[in-house]
Design a protein around this ligand. Structure first.
Ligand code: SAH
Length: 275
């Protein structure tokens, strides 16, 4: 797929790229081939979120056992349904991934994530699907935040939460030149490999999310202050002190210094303390 082909489809179908929906189409065949090589779609059940005009849909659908895609833009969905109408192993759904009710049956989920809703989409993939391998293109800066480690300036709720569900690896960078329209920023292509979920009860997992949200609600605070003054949870100061002692975490340490394991310990403390 190159820029001229994209422009031709847009013209023929009377479509218009919409900035709000993060519509930047991949037009670089070398990158497209790299994505196919690393994602190993052969005979797999694949979901693509936001296929756009199908830059990677064609090669994925050709190799997959089943290829499904969900696209929010009705014009793009109509175009792809038309292109793939005679393919029985292809299913193009017009809808919003954040509101959809798809069956959890995929081996691989792949997406060039729309910038505005990238973290929401990632959280939904994490919580509601069990696909073992997730491949995503994100803005470079977001990729760095996902991969960041405790103690780093950019480490926060995104890194902690995603590391609960996945091991993340950056496979390569993609320059703005590889997209049309050309975005101002670089992108990263990441592989997220699913881990076993530590908490077996969903309500404990919900507490974990509240603890992480609380820890980072006001940055640069101590963990004692963020947890006891959080607008997301009711925990009084003495109780937080006890939980921190139990978890062997110092009261004055800052939230951005704590590891996933420490957030898990804190959650166990909170669950034990019955919020
Ligand atoms: N995968 C294509 C297009 C990427 S642009 C390519 O790489 O060329 C991102 C796409 O996601 C757009 O087509 C946009 O319409 C779609 N999109 C944005 N939000 C969405 C949502 N909530 N659910 C499904 N698709 C969405």
């Amino acid at each position: 797929m190159n820029k001229n082909e994209i422009l031709k489809i847009i013209k023929t179908y009377g479509l218009a790229p919409n900035k709000k929906l993060g519509q930047n189409f991949l037009i670089d065949d070398t990158i497209i081939q790299k994505i196919i090589d690393v994602s190993q779609p052969d005979k797999k059940i694949i979901l693509e979120i936001g296929p756009g005009l199908g830059s990677i849909a064609d090669p994925l659908a050709a190799k997959a056992f089943l290829y499904s895609a969900i696209e929010i833009d009705s014009g793009f969905a109509r175009y792809l349904q038309d292109v793939f109408k005679s393919f029985e192993s292809v299913n193009i759904i017009h809808g919003d991934f954040l509101k959809c009710n798809l069956e959890d049956k995929f081996d691989i989920i792949i997406s060039n994530l729309p910038y505005n809703s990238a973290s929401e989409i990632l959280f939904r993939i994490a919580k509601d699907f069990s696909a073992g391998a997730i491949f995503v293109m994100v803005q470079k800066e977001m990729g760095e935040r996902i991969m960041s480690q405790p103690g780093s300036k950019i480490y926060g709720a995104l890194a902690v939460t995603l590391s609960y569900y996945f091991n993340s690896k950056r496979l390569f960078y993609i320059s703005g030149e590889s997209f049309y329209p050309k975005p101002d920023v670089k992108s990263s292509f990441l592989k997220l490999t699913r881990k076993e979920r530590y908490f077996k009860h969903r309500d404990h997992e919900d507490v974990f999310h509240l603890v992480v949200k609380s820890a980072f609600w006001g940055r640069r605070k101590t963990i004692l202050k963020s947890l006891s003054e959080s607008p997301h949870m009711e925990l009084d100061r003495d109780r937080v002190k006890k939980i921190l002692d139990l978890s062997e975490i110092k009261h004055d340490v800052r939230s951005e210094m704590l590891s996933l394991e420490e957030y898990i310990k804190l959650t166990e403390g909170v669950v034990g303390a019955k919020i």
